[in-house]
Ligand binder design. Structure first.
Ligand code: ADP
Length: 765
């Protein structure tokens, strides 16, 4: 076995003789060719072998020996097989014998044991070298170490396999995603979409349509923002992404769109631009999630909550008629309890606290009341296992006395937050409070109770765990519960106030009744002695006048006369006051006696005017009938009314006395009587101080006197009863009273009475 296979035999020289010079040249070329061949083989770093036509190695193969460490003898025949991996030997022999039989190429891969025992994989090739007659002379072959290449190939195959697997997985995930994923290039051409996106796109435009960009699709969707405002093109998500913006999936980034079939959807869009190595945007990935259902659900929940609140509001709505008696509170409004309805009030609030505890599934609930005037917080009710209502002040962030004020028990920014209807979260120690954020953990939450933006109290909620995480829903629920609690406690407070007011009203009524009783007794008691005094005084005056006295004596007694006159006037005044008191108490006790007869109103008025004119001779009192001044002797047609003449005379007297009393002495007073439709109207006009509107209403109340209005000259002040009596009398006659006046421009007091109409009769004038 030669190291190198012999070169193909030189062409036979038979019949061809070469000149000696040429033959030498030929040999030289052959020698060079062989050298080149050897160098080539050496350079390949392969193992080269030669076997005879039967496949047995006869020639030494130094490269095989060098590699395997076998000796030349060991290699001979089929000895080389010993260096082949035992597992590969049967296959190798099989292929080798096939090649020998067929005379074709011998090609196989097997592992050869290196001199150091390490097996490496070789690619073995062999070709037959034939004789001129075509028979095989020998086999020449090479073994090439392909271990590294093979490992590389294996690795590549493995990597490719894994990559394909991953790609398939990704592809499957991508396709299975319920979110629609769009990948598009910098011009908006769609590069890839998943199944959800394909479905979506097919609803926008038939897939058969010419290729479209993302914007072509968007242009067909009437895009709007979450508030329903139309979106300008530069605000479209595709445009924003291609400008390099990252879109986060947030509620405020939701889009509203209308599909060509008219269906409205709400889509939450997120995505990010795709950049090349240099950072330029070369495309984008956009993900759309249809949140229509979720949004509707949220809205429904919200609406349900609102409805709940509305219901609660309706339930606790304050009865409009606050004056109507409420049996349960009237019962507790007696003087002994002192705080009417207080028991019920607290019971209801306690029930509320227990209810809140249940609704929020929490450990402890406390409802604190804030007094508007004093800013003091007070524990109204609580619910929870391990609490007896003592030491609640310890829950407040800043430590305070037993009656803590809001402004001292919370930091100023916390007070401002509470007043702005924000919830506060308290840390474990309780000393720090921060505005509540959904998803955060707090030891307790404090919610403000507001009515009409006024802080009326606080609710403190605590869970069993040291720090509880409050979800957005829980925060919303706490807020709703606080609103409800505010309504309930406010309702209770108003009921309580009403009960108190009713108690006061009852007390007032009782004291009025006692006062009337007293007045009635007092005026009765006074009337008799007064009448006696008055009679005696008048008797004395008459006696004095009748005495036959000298001018000197008369002069001396003038002073007595004057004293008697004054006494007479004063008893007159006292009589009037007593009469007023009596009338008033009768009116109050509904005992005003009116004996109605057909009367001529004109005659009553005329008589009263004339009576008063005689007592106030210096005053000018004019009487007008139907706008005409009444001449002393004239006899106008009567104005008939069905009245108690004495009572109506009293009303005219009162109006006229007031006019005389409150207007300047020199100013005239006008009394007019006229008919208006089926009513008679009497009015007394003066040029006195006049009355502002508010006073015009109040003068009809009992004992009301307008501050600052003084009676003229020596006229005595009244009790503020006259007008009240007038009103009572006139209303008893189905008439009405009133005043028209302006401060500084005098007053006109009037009353109307129904005319007495006989069948077919006119007004009587
Ligand atoms: P009094 O006995 O005090 O006059 P009245 O009930 O008659 O009581 O009147 C109530 C109050 O109305 C009076 O105190 C007075 O302040 C005011 N008043 C009544 N009449 C007039 C008037 N003609 N002009 C101005 N004020 C009047």
């Amino acid at each position: 076995m030669s190291t190198f296979p012999e070169l193909p035999p030189a062409p036979s020289g038979e019949g061809l003789s070469l000149p000696a010079g040429e033959a030498a040249g030929m040999e030289e070329r052959l020698r060079r060719s062989e050298e080149r061949y050897r160098s080539l083989v050496a350079a390949t770093a392969q193992i080269v072998w030669v076997a005879n036509a039967q496949g047995l190695v006869e020639e030494d193969s130094p490269s095989w020996r060098a590699y395997t460490g076998q000796s030349a003898e060991e290699v001979l025949g089929l000895g080389w097989l010993d260096a082949v991996h035992p597992d590969d030997r049967p296959g190798t022999l099989h292929v080798w014998s096939q090649a020998l039989a067929s005379g074709g190429f011998y090609e196989i891969e097997y592992r050869i044991r290196r001199y150091d025992g390490v097996y490496r994989t070789f690619w073995v090739r062999g070709v037959p070298v034939r004789e001129a007659d075509g028979s095989i002379r020998e086999w020449v072959g090479t073994c090439t170490d392909i271990t590294d290449r093979k490992r590389l190939e294996d690795e590549l195959i493995q990597t490719a396999y894994e990559a394909t697997l991953r790609a398939n997985q990704l592809e499957a995930t991508f396709e299975a995603m319920t979110d629609a994923v769009f990948i598009f290039d910098s011009e908006g051409w769609i590069l890839s979409v998943n199944a959800a996106a394909r479905r979506f796109l097919s609803r926008v435009a038939p897939l058969s349509e010419k290729e479209m960009t993302v914007d072509d699709y968007l242009a067909r969707l009437d895009l709007r923002d979450a508030t329903g405002q139309a979106l300008a093109r530069e605000q479209w998500p595709s445009q924003r992404l291609l400008r390099g913006e990252v879109l986060a999936d947030a509620p405020f980034s939701d889009l509203l769109l209308r599909l060509p079939n008219g269906c409205e959807r709400r889509i939450s869009v997120s995505g990010s631009p795709v950049r090349d190595d240099r950072g330029s945007v070369i495309g984008a990935v956009a993900i759309g999630r249809d949140v229509t259902e979720r949004y509707l659900l949220e809205r429904r929940t919200h609406e349900a909550l609102e409805a709940l609140l509305a219901l609660a509001e309706a339930l606790v709505e304050i009865p409009r008629d606050l004056a109507s008696p409420q049996p349960e509170h009237v019962g507790s409004s007696s003087a002994e309890t002192g705080a009417p309805g207080l028991h019920q009030r607290h019971e209801i609030t306690h029930r509320l606290a227990r209810l809140i505890c249940q609704v929020l599934n929490c450990h402890q609930v406390a409802i604190l009341h804030l007094a508007a005037e004093s800013d003091v917080l007070q524990l109204l009710a609580y619910a929870g296992d391990e609490y007896d209502g003592e030491g609640w002040q310890g829950w407040l962030p800043l430590h305070c006395p037993a009656e803590p004020q809001l402004s001292l028990s919370f930091p100023p920014e916390a007070v401002a937050a509470l007043r702005a209807d924000r919830l506060l979260g308290q840390n474990d120690g309780g000393s720090s409070v921060v505005p509540v954020e959904a998803g955060e953990r707090y030891a307790a939450v404090i919610a403000p109770m507001l009515i009409d933006q006024q802080l009326i109290g606080l609710i403190r909620i605590q869970h069993i765990e040291r720090e509880h995480e409050y979800s957005a829903e829980e925060v919303a629920l706490i807020r709703a519960v606080a609103r409800l609690a505010a309504l309930v406690t406010e309702h209770e407070r108003l009921l309580h106030e009403r009960a108190e007011a009713r108690a006061n009203e009852l007390a007032l009524r009782e004291s009025n009744r006692r006062m009337d009783e007293f007045l009635s007794i007092a005026s009765h008691e006074l009337r008799t002695p007064l009448t006696t005094i008055k009679g005696n005084v008048q008797l004395a005056r008459r006696h004095l006048q009748r005495l036959p006295l000298t001018a000197e004596q008369r002069e001396k007694l003038a002073i007595v006369q004057e004293l008697l006159e004054r006494a007479d006037r004063q008893t007159g005044l006292l009589t009037r006051l007593v009469r007023d008191l009596l009338e008033s108490s009768r009116a109050q006790a509904d005992r005003l006696v009116v004996q109605r007869r057909p009367e001529n109103l004109l005659a009553i008025v005329r008589q009263t005017v004339s009576d008063l004119q005689s007592t106030a001779a210096q005053r000018c009192i004019r009487l007008l009938v139907a706008g005409q001044e009444l001449e002393p002797e004239s006899e106008p047609a009567p104005i008939m009314v069905l009245v108690d003449a004495e009572s109506v005379g009293l009303v005219v007297t009162n109006y006229l006395t007031n006019a005389i009393k409150y207007s300047p002495r020199e100013s005239p007073i006008e009394v007019s009587v006229e008919c208006e439709g089926c009513q008679a109207r009497v009015s007394v006009r003066d040029q006195g101080p006049g009355l502002p509107p508010a006073e015009q209403r109040r003068i009809w109340e009992r004992f009301y006197r307008v501050p600052g209005i003084q009676a003229q000259g020596s006229a005595s002040p009244g009790l503020g009863l006259g007008l009240h009596i007038c009103k009572t009398i006139i209303e008893r006659h189905q008439g009405s009273v009133g005043v028209s006046s302006q401060p500084g421009a005098g007053s006109t007091f009037w009353f109307t009475l129904p005319l007495l109409m006989e069948a077919g009769e006119g007004t009587g004038l």
